[in-house]
Design a protein. Structure first.
Length: 348
């Protein structure tokens, strides 16, 4: 079945099909369709919807629901996600599976309500305190908004880790046909760590305040070992015309779609350009970028920021090839013609 719907609504439908038990949110543009839709749909399904008194409260409500083993999520846009960072760090420390959605807008500060990609650092480098990671998924279509939201809960529970969907206001607001190709999830794996009352069993605890000598250090080592496993097993990306490409564009989200159009134009003019699109921003597809970096290859990072993902691209390339940048921030959009002009400059 296909429906013409907004990306934000597609995300809601994916989460609901995945068996979302509870949504906690607070309004902010350009993600307002998510709490608005959930306020009706979750009630109809006799599930939990709460419009919290603040972004901080919403994130902590997700923590509370997740510790009981329920599938819970929150969503916001850029400055709202900043307010949730303490709770996100707690959930990473507590190893609580959950979903956090950031439909990015222009910043810093309150900025504006236009789509942006300037929260990359916050998402993949850890916006809160401590040595932790989030699994960060980056859809570039309404279809992927639906599918990534559906898959994120299984991923979160597999690794006992918060998952973030990092999208932007353009993907969130655009309307596209979406195929509802996921079956409704009703069966869930037992979790031997959840807190649901200890009648008939030994008490359990889930905590991140670890004060005894060496205990926190051991906990951090265990987290890092888990992150190594995630980095090995969960990298996802798309390649487009990279087999013979001499100029490879790295881009995610809406930028990748614009870049793909520019690549098609460049190919018509005889310029061998291609695209590497990370679907997971963390773990980052460093190995495939490393393998594409060979003599004569150039890279171009296209972002709706003033240069954030480019740092990870440069680390992956590791000096094997030049890496250039093209981007805009504060709600500005890089056009396919601007990308084409840059490709031509690099091809000279």
């Amino acid at each position: 079945m296909k429906k013409l719907i907004k990306g934000n609504i597609a995300l809601c439908e994916g989460a609901i099909a995945a068996g979302l038990h509870a949504y906690f949110g607070y309004p902010i543009t350009p993600q307002n369709e998510i709490p608005a839709y959930m306020s009706k749909k979750m009630v109809e399904l006799k599930r939990v919807f709460v419009q919290a008194e603040s972004e901080i409260a919403a994130a902590n409500m997700v923590l509370g629901a997740a510790v009981t083993g329920k599938r819970a999520m929150t969503s916001s846009s850029s400055p709202g996600i900043s307010l949730k960072q303490e709770a996100i760090s707690y959930m990473a420390g507590l190893q609580l599976p959950s979903l956090i959605v950031n439909v990015q807008r222009g910043g810093p500060g309150l900025g504006n309500i236009s789509g942006s990609q300037s929260d990359y650092f916050q998402a993949v480098k850890g916006g809160g305190h401590g040595d932790y990671r989030l699994i960060v998924l980056s859809p570039n279509s309404a279809q992927e908004m639906y599918e990534f939201a559906y898959d994120s809960f299984d991923l979160a529970e597999k690794y006992r880790s918060p998952v973030m969907i990092l999208t932007d206001g353009i993907i969130g607001q655009m309307m596209e046909p979406v195929e509802f190709n996921k079956s409704e999830k009703k069966d869930f794996n037992d979790k031997n760590w959840v807190l649901t009352g200890c009648k008939g069993r030994q008490p359990r605890s889930v905590q991140s305040l670890l004060m005894k000598d060496g205990v926190l250090e051991k906990h951090n080592i265990n987290l890092q070992e888990k992150y190594k496993i995630i980095a090995k097993n969960e990298v996802k990306y798309e390649t487009f015309m990279t087999d013979d490409a001499e100029i490879i564009i790295t881009a995610y989200g809406i930028s990748s779609r614009i870049a793909k159009s520019a690549i098609k134009l460049a190919r018509k003019e005889g310029i061998k350009a291609g695209l590497l699109r990370p679907k997971t921003l963390w773990p980052f597809p460093s190995q495939i970028i490393d393998s594409l970096a060979k003599k004569g290859t150039k890279f171009l990072s296209v972002e709706l920021s003033h240069g954030q993902m480019i740092e990870d691209v440069k680390l992956a390339v590791n000096g094997k090839a030049p890496v250039e940048f093209l981007g805009k921030a504060g709600g500005g959009i890089v056009t396919e013609q601007e990308i084409l002009v840059k490709i031509k400059e690099m091809a000279k």
